[in-house]
Design a protein around this ligand. Structure first.
Ligand SMILES: [Zn+2]
Ligand SMILES: [Zn+2]
Length: 341
């Protein structure tokens, strides 16, 4: 059967098309995608004219599936393994990797260049390209997880869960007893709330323009649904209004963590004396500084019931329904749609 993928050919032009997937080269793996979450970053790629990805672009970056073939020199993965794909692997050679800080890697390994539409090489979003029946990634970007975790939940680990949970545990290093607020209660926000619960936060404020979403965050560990002084605020939205709200909420010595991707040109106003007076810190989280090596632990937490992923999958649909999935996300109707190629 021919392979297919959702391709952004040029700004505003998206279609499910036949694609060609070449065998994996040395150090690469070919993965049959079984589930892929529809994340805001894909919408960002569409709305920001490719977001720096050369056209044509293969959409999707939150995928899980089964290894079908491995290239030469791949250790630790074999055909038949269930894997979650990661968009933030470490190169092992840049200055940060050499300093022993792979989480701050400056240059994640590039996509192998095995994906084509006709003669045109496709650029997979964030080096993964998961809105497809199959994809090829560097082996370091695929992490084996237990099959016990349903695949439509497993895929969320690749972006939303890793970003939300690791922003709390790794980027911010929230301590037990800390007061936490999360602005934006979609899949990443609910993952941050769960991360705060795992970290032992004493108070977790879920803030969302949609009161239903804030209310539903209680099941994931939120204790309040209104603003209040906190030690950590996670801005999962990245808009002027949310960032300024975050700055207003931090207590003395508090930390604001910016997670959400802002549209180009977005600006916020900072009250510098207030920032100074509170000795506040502002951190930027690129996916919670996660690495694919974190995925097995996150998967185990989901299996053990510490992370509730089942309820975050609001809807599953075939790959052909990609358009309706973006509509539902724009309308705020879903936590996550998961496409099943
Ligand atoms: Zn994402
Ligand atoms: Zn590196």
């Amino acid at each position: 059967m021919a392979d297919a993928g959702v391709v952004l050919s040029r700004p505003g032009c998206i279609a499910l098309e036949e694609i060609r997937v070449e065998p994996p080269g040395p150090g690469e793996v070919l993965v049959r995608i079984e589930a892929t979450g529809v994340c805001h970053s894909d919408l960002h790629v569409i709305e920001e004219n490719g977001w720096g990805h050369p056209f044509p672009v293969l959409l999707g970056h939150e995928g899980a599936g089964t290894v079908e073939a491995i290239g030469d020199g791949v250790d630790g993965l074999a055909a038949g393994d269930r894997v979650v794909l990661g968009w933030k692997a470490a190169c092992g050679t840049c200055s940060k990797c050499r300093e022993g800080q792979p989480r701050q890697c400056r240059k994640p390994p590039a996509a192998p260049g095995r994906l084509f539409r006709g003669e045109d090489e496709l650029t997979p979003v964030l080096r993964t390209g998961t809105f497809a029946t199959r994809t090829v990634v560097p082996a370091v970007a695929a992490a084996k997880v237990p099959r016990e975790l349903p695949v439509e939940q497993a895929c969320l680990i690749g972006c939303a869960v890793a970003t939300g949970v690791m922003s709390v545990l790794e980027t911010a290093k929230v301590w037990a007893g800390a007061r936490v607020a999360v602005i934006g209660c979609g899949a990443v926000g609910l993952s941050a709330i769960q991360g705060a619960r795992i970290a032992g936060a004493s108070e977790i404020r879920a803030i969302d323009v949609d009161p239903r979403k804030a209310e539903q965050a209680r099941r994931y560990g939120a204790t309040h649904t209104e603003p209040g002084p906190v030690d950590f605020v996670f801005d999962v939205v990245g808009r002027r209004a949310t960032f300024e709200e975050a700055l207003r909420m931090i207590a003395t010595n508090g930390t604001v963590v910016l997670i959400g991707l802002s549209p180009s040109g977005e600006k916020a106003e900072v009250d510098l004396p207030a920032l100074f007076g509170r000795r506040a810190r502002i951190l930027v989280s690129h996916g919670g500084d996660h690495l694919p090596g974190d995925f097995p632990r996150l998967a185990q937490w989901a299996i053990d019931g510490q992370l509730d992923l089942a309820a975050m999958v609001t809807r599953t649909a075939p790959l052909a329904d990609w358009s309706a999935a973006f509509d539902a996300m724009r309308a705020g109707d879903v936590i996550r749609t998961v496409l099943l190629p």
